[in-house]
Design a protein around this ligand. Structure first.
Ligand code: MRU
Length: 355
C-alpha cells in the first residue's frame, strides 16, 4: 500500500489576524472563495446565525473570539461591570445557534478563565481572553488530527464510506472530525471511496464536503439523501461516519437532519455507524437526547435553493436543522482520547471524567 501521501488541500477556514477574524464565507462555496473580515461581536453572531461559518467546533472557536471582540473595548475600570458585560455578551452569542454545545462550552470556558483572573486588572483579563480563544483554536486542530489518526483504524482497506453534512476543515480548526478520519486514511494510502450525502436543505454535503474532498484528491460521488438506502441495499457501503453537534450522557446524538434516517438504514443493513465527536461536543449535563435543543430554521430554506424558488411562495414548511440518533443505533464514538464502544453511559462518563 503506498504510504504517506502529502498533506494536500487542507484549508483553514478561520484565522485570527492581530485584531480581527478572517473567515471563508461558506455561503458562497463552492462557486466563489469569499473571505470575510470580522471586527465586532455583532458580525460574529450574524456569521454563525447565517452559516457563513458552521459546524460545531468552528462555532465554538468563533464564540471564543467573538467574546473577546465584544469585550476588548469595555472600560478597564471595574471587574464587576466587566463580568456583567461578559454575561450579557455570552448570552447574546449563545442565542445565535442552540444545538451545537461547543458554543456554550467555549463560553463557559471563558467564564472560568475570567473568574480565575478576577484579582488581575481588567486589561490583563482581556489579554487572557484572547489567549484562550487562540488556545481553543489551536487545540481544535490537534484534537481533529487525533480523531483522524485514531478513527482511521476503523476504516478497512478500500472502504466505501457514506457521510453526511460537512465535517471537514470548514467545520473545525483544521482537518475536521468524521472527514479527518477519511482524510487520514487517505494520507496513509488507503484507497477509500466516499458517498457524499447531498444534505438537504442547505447542501453542506454537495457544496462543502465535495469541495474539500476534491481539493484533497479523495475519490467520491455525491448522492441525493434519498439514495442512501439504495446504495446500502446494493452492498456499496462498508461503514457510515458522521459528526455531531451534541452527544448526551447516554450517547444519544444530535447531528444534521437526516442522520437519524441513515442510522436506521445502517442498522437494517448491518453496516457500522460511527460518530466522530471531540470531547467538547459531549454534554454530560444532559441525560438523553430528549433534552437536546433542536434549532428550527427559516421556512424559505426549504422553499428555495439559492435565489430560485422550488415551492409556492407561502407553502408551509417545517425545517428542523438537526435530529437525534438514539444511542442504540451507534456502533462507536471516535474521540481524541480513543474509540468509545457501548456501554456509552459508562464509557462516556469515564472518558470525560479523565480529561
Ligand atoms: O448546520 P450545520 O452545517 O452547522 O451542521 C453541522 C453538522 O451537523 C455537523 O455534522 C456537526 O456540526 C459536526 S462538524 C465537525
Amino acid at each position: 500500500m503506498p504510504k504517506n501521501r502529502n498533506e494536500t488541500g487542507v484549508i483553514q477556514s478561520i484565522e485570527w489576524l492581530d485584531d480581527h477574524l478572517r473567515i471563508i464565507d461558506q455561503t458562497y462555496l463552492p462557486e466563489h472563495d469569499v473571505y470575510l473580515d470580522i471586527y465586532e461581536v455583532g458580525r460574529v453572531w450574524e456569521a454563525i446565525r447565517s452559516l457563513r461559518v458552521r459546524g460545531a467546533p468552528a462555532i465554538g472557536i468563533m464564540a471564543a473570539y467573538g467574546l473577546y471582540l465584544g469585550l476588548k473595548d469595555h472600560p478597564d475600570t471595574s471587574y464587576d461591570e466587566f463580568e456583567s458585560e461578559r454575561r450579557r455578551i455570552s448570552e447574546y452569542l449563545a442565542s445565535s445557534r442552540p444545538t451545537a454545545v461547543n458554543l456554550q462550552w467555549a463560553l463557559d470556558r471563558a467564564a472560568r478563565t475570567i473568574h480565575a483572573a478576577r484579582a488581575r486588572p481588567v486589561s490583563e483579563i482581556k489579554n487572557q481572553l484572547l489567549a484562550l480563544a487562540e488556545t481553543i483554536h489551536e487545540e481544535d486542530k490537534r484534537i481533529c488530527a487525533d480523531i483522524g489518526r485514531i478513527g482511521q483504524e476503523l476504516i478497512p482497506e478500500n472502504a466505501r464510506i457514506l457521510t453526511h453534512c460537512n465535517t471537514g476543515s470548514l467545520a473545525t480548526g483544521k482537518y475536521g472530525t468524521a472527514l479527518s478520519m477519511i482524510y487520514h486514511a487517505h494520507l496513509n494510502g488507503n484507497k477509500v471511496h466516499i458517498w457524499v450525502d447531498e444534505t438537504r436543505p442547505l447542501l453542506q454535503g454537495s457544496r462543502l464536503t465535495s469541495w474539500e474532498l476534491q481539493k484533497s484528491g479523495i475519490e467520491h460521488h455525491i448522492i441525493a439523501d434519498s439514495m442512501a438506502g439504495s446504495v446500502m441495499q446494493k452492498k456499496q457501503v462498508d461503514l457510515v461516519v458522521v459528526g455531531t453537534d451534541r452527544v448526551a450522557r447516554n450517547g444519544d446524538t444530535a447531528n444534521k437532519i437526516g442522520t437519524y434516517s441513515l442510522a436506521v438504514l445502517a442498522a437494517w443493513h448491518n453496516i457500522p455507524f460511527y460518530v466522530a465527536a471531540p470531547l467538547s461536543s459531549i454534554d454530560m449535563n444532559l441525560e438523553s437526547g430528549d433534552h437536546i435543543p433542536i434549532e428550527e430554521r427559516p421556512e424559505d430554506e426549504l422553499r428555495k435553493i439559492g435565489r430560485h424558488r422550488t415551492a409556492p411562495k407561502n407553502a408551509p414548511a417545517y425545517n428542523p436543522a438537526f435530529d437525534v440518533t438514539p444511542h442504540e443505533l451507534i456502533t462507536a464514538f471516535v474521540t481524541e482520547k480513543g474509540i468509545i464502544k457501548p456501554d456509552f453511559s459508562k464509557n462516556l462518563d469515564r472518558i470525560t471524567r479523565k480529561n
